[in-house]
Design a protein around this ligand. Structure first.
Ligand code: AMP
Ligand code: ZN
Length: 141
């Protein structure tokens, strides 16, 4: 897609440090290196976010994650874990609108990366949760 920075990386119109490529996906170092080895995995097909995937594209992209995660882990014996993050749309902190998965190796709990999950369980009764689950179930296609 024109004016998409990640399509330009795929087409080698702008440089990147590629760590893995096949006919369907590309993985390259994130320019910010939140932690050392921070890598982005993208589909070569331009889709803006998860809501544009079909099952096949998801299978293609997400099936590559373990081998790239293991390669990153093997590349540095100081790596102790990894966060795998996929932001979808602006409200969820997406800034580049060519879908991508972040692989963020973790060296220490004090790495410059954080994710906070609030707990709002007290706001819902069991019946409300059951209704909520049924509502989501009803929309699965
Ligand atoms: P997100 O906020 O989830 O949309 O993440 C977008 C990511 O793309 C950020 O972590 C940026 O650092 C990264 N990024 C933007 N431009 C480039 C680039 N030219 N090469 C590598 N990574 C990039
Ligand atoms: Zn694109």
């Amino acid at each position: 897609m024109e004016d998409c920075i990640f399509c330009k990386i795929i087409n080698r119109e702008i440089p990147s440090h590629v760590v893995y490529e096949d006919e369907d996906v590309l993985a390259f170092l994130d320019i910010t290196q939140v932690t050392k080895g921070h890598t982005l995995l993208i589909p070569k097909k331009h889709v803006s976010d998860i809501f544009e995937y079909d099952q096949n594209l998801a299978a293609t992209l997400f099936s590559r994650i373990p081998k790239i995660a293991k390669a990153i882990e093997s590349s540095d014996n100081l790596i102790k874990g990894m966060n795998i993050v996929n932001n979808n749309r602006e409200v969820a902190y997406q800034t580049v609108f060519h879908s991508h998965v972040h692989l963020i190796p973790r060296y220490d709990k004090k790495d410059d990366f954080s994710m906070r999950f609030g707990n709002h369980m007290e706001d819902y009764s069991a019946a409300e949760l059951a209704t909520l689950a049924r509502s989501i179930q009803a929309h699965i296609k």
